[in-house]
Design a protein around this ligand. Sequence first.
Ligand code: FO1
Length: 340
Amino acid sequence: MITVLSGGIGAARFLQGLVQVVPQKEVTIVSNTADDLEMFGLHVSPDIDIVIYHLAGEFSPDRPVNGAASMPPPSGGGGEPFLQQPLVNPETGWGIAGDTFHTLDALARFGHQTWFSLGDRDLATHIHRTHLLRQGRTLSQATAEIARAFGLEVTILPMSDQPVRTRVETPDGLLDFQEYMVKRSARDAFHGLKLAGIEDAKPAPGVIEAITAAEGVILAPSNPIVSIGPILALPGVRQALRQTKARVVAVSPIVGGAVIKGPAAKMMKGLRMEVSAWQIGWLYQDFLDCLVIDNADAADRARIEALGLDVVVTDTIMKGMEEKAALARRVLEAIRGSRT
Ligand code: FO1
């Protein structure tokens, strides 16, 4: 079994590669839920949905999209179908491809806020999730039902069934994460964050077991501060990562000393951190076995090794399905120790 600690888009793209090389049934995803929000009384879990929409879609038994003829068959799966047309909107990386926004437009008439773009089909997910929660299901149970309805065989665990919410410290005071990120386009200076509710939150059922019983644990190339950070802040998670017999491998979200997309660089600088692959290794050094870094960061190798970590240098930019699968294979090799 492979367990992946996951944020949103970067993690979802990595997972598209992983499910090409590991059967879905052998993959457990622990998703950040500190970005969750309530809109129009509906519970929205952006990171969970981003992962579901990236992994759901049209499958075919043929080669992957962009796949070269020389591509070896997926290991272990023996005929796992390839995802040809993901459900996710390819332009944004969130929401559903081809979705419409009639409901949001109609809500604007009543004075509702529309800065968070919830498409009509996407809204069905949030309506259903909220319905399940009001019937008394936990977020874990609701997430499992939704993932199954989208035809997924991976296990998706929210990091916690209790609400944990990221609040960003800015010169204008504390802002809800999505207000900071989306409504105000991450323009405010980032002075730090608070995880509201973390004191009362426990890891969701199965999270600690997924870490301790896995063959390998992967930290996806996600924002270390607001995506992976909240998962690590839950009681017992860091300890489980330190104690597990599994190899723990992180994929650096840094490429050439920068972040491809999103506010991670701004947040790291705001916390007086270096924006570098080394800094990622430093943040995870107490439990990490191996850091996978991009070729563009190869100069950091010795500094990261000095932290006591193995380092794999490879191409981490995931342009097409083929590159995603190649990166996943490289990470699996790091777990199984065949090449570092
Ligand atoms: N991100 C945006 O930048 N603008 C949006 O309007 C927006 C809407 C949205 C709706 C559903 C959903 O699941 C995600 C959405 N996101 C949007 C992305 C999301 O807020 C962030 O990328 C994640 O929270 C960070 O992982």
